[in-house]
Design a protein around this ligand. Structure first.
Ligand code: GDP
Ligand code: IMO
Ligand code: MG
Length: 454
């Protein structure tokens, strides 16, 4: 579906295990859209924007905040820690940016409560004693979504505006959650009166923004405004389609957009899959191309691969085309944004994982459906020559070293999805767009369209 300006409603989603540079691309593409919508996840996300050397890291607020003409929506599929959201609003306002009339939070989004992060931490501690920790961000995401699905113990953003209901409900659920925490080995006490006062104050602060975003988004679609959906986390962390159980608790692929916003699937016009030029993962779970050696350390150093939310060092490895083909298929990626390409300068050889080999010697080209099967896979690599030159100042694809252009061609031909954007640095300006975009069939172009490869 397209807007008045002809810009299709677009999704920006990560095709790996997160931190692909989604925030940067939302900021870049926000200039072409009217409304930017977060549809899943919570403050487990950490999205970084860099404009003229100035950095802004956001967890809940849509990454289009620096575009003053963009409307910003946090839709129903998210889980919101209201304290973190208020801090983020203050951070944004302290930079002289106004949110008045252009920021909306769904009354249906669920509230992350203090016991959610405590229960998250307690569960992780228990699992870690057995060497099975998920490695969550401990932001209470899993327990908050579990309460949403469980229904009777949840609080939604709209409930923060009804003090009488909030009191009755909190008095019912707080003792049960504290008991549960005790069983989990955490003796924290939470003063229900103080929590009620906190939540009511936060609710009042957020009152101007809390609304029924389902109707609001349908209104915008009817007005032919163009929508940009900002994925949090990533496809391989999707609770249904990722490397379960080492995933987050929401539908973090493009499939989460419809339930997470209340818009029918046909609203979505195109999907841009964001892909790091290599792979990273934070927390536990299988990672076939992980490099636990000097090459992995070099990628981490050059890419500054430390978590935006938790500061944890990210696990690093070569690009995994088996996982990417699957993620591009599940998300219906129409084009790709290749990010952090500059990090790969200076390697003699770059490897691409094209297939997996199972313990029994079988060669797989299809991504397996669960973590235990993936754990048994080893990567089959194709070797690609590296390039010595730094590329972070390159302004067009033709300025990239030939080996770098050929790496991009190789990615595109293995994935069968055209590369539309290339990012060679964190700054908004360090971005190239393939001029022919998706219709490209030009032989002289470094990134020919998929039909040419067919
Ligand atoms: P997100 O969660 O997908 O939004 O990604 P994060 O912001 O967590 O992590 C991506 C990191 O890489 C951030 O620090 C970005 O500023 C940075 N970044 C994005 N694109 C590029 C790039 O092309 N090159 C380099 N060197 N850094 C980038
Ligand atoms: P962005 O949006 C990277 C990972 C955690 C952990 C697992 C479950 O910045 O790309 P959770 O706290 O959600 O229960 O943790 O998911 N994870 C992310 N990793 N980037 C993210 O978001 C992530 N969100 C969750 O590290 O392994
Ligand atoms: Mg991130």
């Amino acid at each position: 579906m397209a807007s008045q300006s002809g810009t299709p409603n677009t999704a920006i989603v990560g095709l790996q295990w997160g931190d692909e540079g989604k925030g940067k691309f939302v900021d870049v593409l926000a200039a072409e859209h009217d409304v930017v919508v977060r549809f899943n996840g919570g403050a487990n996300a950490g999205h970084t924007i860099v404009v003229e050397g100035e950095k802004l890291a956001l967890h809940l607020m849509p990454s289009a905040v620096l575009n003053p003409n963009c409307e910003l929506v946090i839709a129903n599929g998210t889980v919101i820690d209201p304290g973190i959201l208020v801090k983020e609003i203050e951070l944004v306002e302290s930079r002289g940016l106004s949110l008045e009339g252009r920021f909306h939070v769904s009354s249906r989004a669920h509230v992350v409560l203090p016991w959610h992060s405590l229960l998250d931490g307690a569960a992780e501690a228990r699992l870690s004693d057995r060497g099975e920790a998920i490695g969550t961000t401990k932001r209470g995401i899993g327990p908050a979504y579990a309460d949403k699905i469980g229904r009777s113990m949840a609080i939604r953003m709209g409930d923060l505006l009804d003090e009488a209901y909030l009191r009755t409900h909190l008095e019912k659920i707080a003792p049960l959650r504290l008991e549960e925490l005790k069983v989990a080995g955490n003796d924290s006490t939470i003063d229900t009166e103080a929590l009620l006062a906190d939540l009511t104050t936060l609710g009042e602060r957020l009152r101007p923004y809390i609304t029924d975003t389902t109707w609001l988004l349908h209104d915008r679609v009817n007005e032919k405004r163009s929508l940009l959906f900002e994925g949090a986390n990533a496809c391989l962390l999707d609770v249904d389609h990722g490397t379960y159980p080492f995933v987050t608790s929401s539908n973090a692929s493009a499939l989460g957009i419809s339930p997470g916003t209340g818009l029918p699937a046909k609203t979505l016009g195109r999907v841009v899959g964001v892909v790091k030029a290599y792979s990273t993962r934070v927390g536990g779970g299988p990672f076939p191309t992980e490099l636990d050696d000097a090459t992995g350390d070099r990628i981490r150093d050059r890419g500054r691969e430390y978590g935006t939310t938790t500061g944890r060092p990210r696990r690093c490895g070569w690009i995994d085309l088996v996982a990417l083909r699957y993620a591009a298929m599940v998300c219906g990626a129409d084009s790709l944004a290749i990010t952090l390409l500059d990090v790969l300068s200076g390697f003699d050889e770059i490897r691409l994982c094209t297939n997996y080999k199972t313990a029994s010697g079988e060669i797989l080209d299809r991504f397996p459906p669960d973590a235990r099967l993936l754990e048994e896979c080893t990567p089959v690599y194709e070797s690609h020559p590296g390039w010595a030159e730094e590329i972070d100042q390159c302004k067009s694809i033709s300025e990239l070293p030939p080996a770098c252009q050929s790496y991009l061609k190789s990615l595109q031909s293995h994935l069968g999805v055209p590369i539309e954007f290339i990012s060679v640095g964190p700054d908004r300006r360090q971005t190239m767009r393939c001029p022919q975009k998706q219709s490209c069939r030009d032989d002289s172009c470094c990134v020919p369209g998929p039909l040419e490869n067919a």
